[in-house]
Ligand binder design. Sequence first.
Ligand code: MCA
Length: 506
Amino acid sequence: MSFLNSFTENVHKYPNKIALEFIDPPLQRITYAELNELIDKTAGYLQSLGLQPGDRIALQLSKSLEFILLHLATVRLGAITLPLNLAYPADELKYFLEDSVTKLFFALGSSKEKTQAILPELPDLKECIFLDPSAPEGFQTRIANYKSPASNSPISKPSDTAIIIYTSGTTGRPKGAEITHGNLISNLASLHQAWGWQSDDTLLHVLPIFHVHGLFVALHGALYAGATTLLMREFNTQRTLELLSSGQCTVFMAVPTIHQRLLDFPNAQQYDLSKVRLITSGSDRLPDDAFTGFQKIFGYTLLERYGMTETGMNCSNPLNGERRIGSVGPPLPGVEIRIVNAETEEILLTGEIGDVQLRGPNVFKGYWNQPDKTSASFSADGWFKTGDLGYLEADGYLTLCGRSKDLIISGGLNIYPPEVERVLAEHPAISACSVIGCPDREWGEKVTAVVVLNAGETVTGEELMRFCREKLAPYKSPKSIVFKQDLPRNAMGKVQKAELRKEICS
Ligand code: MCA
């Protein structure tokens, strides 16, 4: 059983309806029936490569039909997709493939040099296949002669893992969050209900598809509803405004950085977005100014919702009813939220700020091969500790007001400072460093590194930024470096980040 069961029903109901349309080159339009056939062929192709249920298949591909086919065929075969951000450099890539014991890896032809350098160090990887989505015929030819393996393909159980997505953590290297078929189905069903998804919806899709937001919430959501998805391969502000005001699109989902770019576009007010049925914001807190700016400039009240990689979507402001500024709304159907005091584990009252914990069918299975980290992320009585701070109002609306863990969110992407600090610490000129997020109008937060050099060393900020970019994805690399003589520390020797933020960010 998988969410593809609903997709298959839609194939029967709307065979000739456009399921996917890529609106920038290479232009592609695929109906539900065609998509189904292509998934079958891709599944046959993957089986011919020896892919078995439960095997991991990694995709580091651009936003393309190839990515979608490989992912959906993997789900159909009961194997596990590992979507990877294109920005990951060789170091990070090797870690993900090794840790997940990936069997098949599909990468961009343009990354061949970087990828081939790490292949000899990955003995479990059976095959690495390079694709060029700018020339779709290549993949079509590869799969052309394969047929559906559906008759002998396994039936996944709700508790089987469908996808592993790596998330960084406050300690150690990133962990693979195992998301099950049951998690996906339950979240799709609640969002379908909460957001009133309909088969005549047209989703404008501008997000990357290697994250929960673009893949599960947006793309899966539309396929589950039998709706049409217009895919922009790379986000473009003007094109987005034109499409949203054209009346062609009914649903749009984005992160605050994108909403901010729409608001900051010259003469933005000439675009009327008030007719779009649903525009959501998530992956980071929506600044109040963006919420009110959207109402004023575009005549639309954004619907803010709250999710995490480990849990999918947790809360949402209502489709009909009050979309409350600063709040992520009440829990979705089936999700329970409580606020606890982190030290005493005591459950707090309405209005009191504490750690947000939740439980429900959307909560992941655990971190791949990391039982200790999995159990540390749950309370003794089985609630998932989100690491967010917030409070509940009497009518059940949740407001988030900070994080209990050291985390930066930039442009909707999570960055854990210890990961960046670890890389900087490898630089021979650095004696100490601390990485903080400074408030930023465009990105939400800007990764800022505060460094102390060893006596007599000289190095420029540009050199240190370059050093980080060799080892980290560019979005994680500091956008600014501040040199200091020493770092403020408490009696235990721990860097006082709040002090640093006050001093550096203002
Ligand atoms: C790109 N850059 C960034 C980011 N993205 N820097 C910091 N943070 C980022 N998020 C840098 C690039 O390295 C580059 O730097 C420069 O910005 C321009 O790169 P480009 O690729 O052209 O950027 P862009 O196309 O303008 O991308 C901005 C974006 C993109 C459209 C906002 O970051 C994006 O699509 N963000 C959405 C991420 C997302 O889907 N998150 C959901 C995670 P240089 O020029 O120096 O090389 S799922 C989740 O969070 C949960 C579950 C949830 O609730 O949804």
